[in-house]
Write a protein that binds this ligand. Structure first.
Ligand code: ZN
Ligand code: ZN
Length: 256
């Protein structure tokens, strides 16, 4: 199951499609880690509310040289603080590791990397999320159609940092911190069950052609946003935000 087309960006005369994909397959894991190896969207309420978990730890593991910008992490933290009830707080731990040498990446390879790179799993009333910043691209990228990141399990995300840097280095491309924060927020919102993958719709705003995405224009969860005049409009507008309908869905499932 694949979802693509998160952003589409017009650069010069070529249409550049930027996508994310979701994958909810399971793999065998030890019992102590099983609560972190569930299908995408199944921990939406646990992440949004303080019913079962009072705190959140995000473990960000980056390949050396592919770490996200501090600005993107600050934007991501604000996004989480705005939407989640976590009275014990939100902790973001960052660490760098050497390259896996496995690029380009299938989700199977990403899952394989997680078995060694991830060190944090749910503990007591602290829920843990793992985000891997990869030194390569998704192996289904084709030409101008590329994947920014994938939320592939209930608490697991991969961001294709090499792809983000390539986009950012284009003339009129987005600021790196903007595209990083957009990818982080978008993929994390899939963990929060958007759209209709673990968090029920309160109104009909589901993209009928792209599972897990929103049909409201300019929403963070929109499947495709086209910028006809290039990336300057994205720079001007910053990171896309959730629209009111997506926020209503999250609030109905225990979120802020
Ligand atoms: Zn998506
Ligand atoms: Zn929306």
């Amino acid at each position: 199951m694949q979802i693509t087309k998160f952003l589409s960006i017009l650069l010069f005369t070529s249409l550049l499609l930027v996508g994310c994909s979701d994958d909810d397959e399971n793999t065998f894991v030890p019992d102590s880690q099983s609560s972190n190896k569930q299908p995408l969207g199944s921990s939406a309420n646990d992440l949004l509310s303080d019913t079962n978990f009072k705190g959140l730890t995000v473990e960000i593991v980056s390949v050396q040289g592919f770490e996200p910008t501090a600005t993107a992490i600050n934007t991501f933290r604000s996004f989480l603080e705005e939407r989640l009830f976590k009275p014990d707080g939100i902790t973001i731990n960052q660490r760098s590791v050497s390259s896996s040498g496995l690029a380009p990446f299938t989700i199977e390879k990403v899952k394989q990397i997680e078995t060694t790179a991830r060190t944090e799993f749910n503990e007591g009333d602290e829920i843990k999320v793992y985000i891997y910043f990869a030194d390569g691209t998704n192996d289904s990228d084709e030409g101008a159609r590329v994947t920014l990141g994938t939320a592939y399990l209930n608490t697991s995300i991969v961001i294709y940092e090499n792809t983000l840097r390539n986009l950012s280095s284009n003339p009129n491309g987005p600021m790196l911190s903007t595209v990083e924060a957009a990818a982080l927020n978008h993929e994390f919102a899939h963990l929060l069950g958007l759209i209709n993958i673990g968090t029920s719709l309160q109104s009909q705003h589901e993209d009928t052609e792209s599972r897990g995405h929103c049909n409201v224009q300019s929403c963070l969860m929109e499947a495709a946003i086209e910028f006809e005049t290039g990336m300057m409009s994205m720079l001007d507008n910053g990171v896309p935000e959730l629209d009111a309908l997506c926020i209503a869905d999250l609030q109905a499932n225990g979120g802020r």
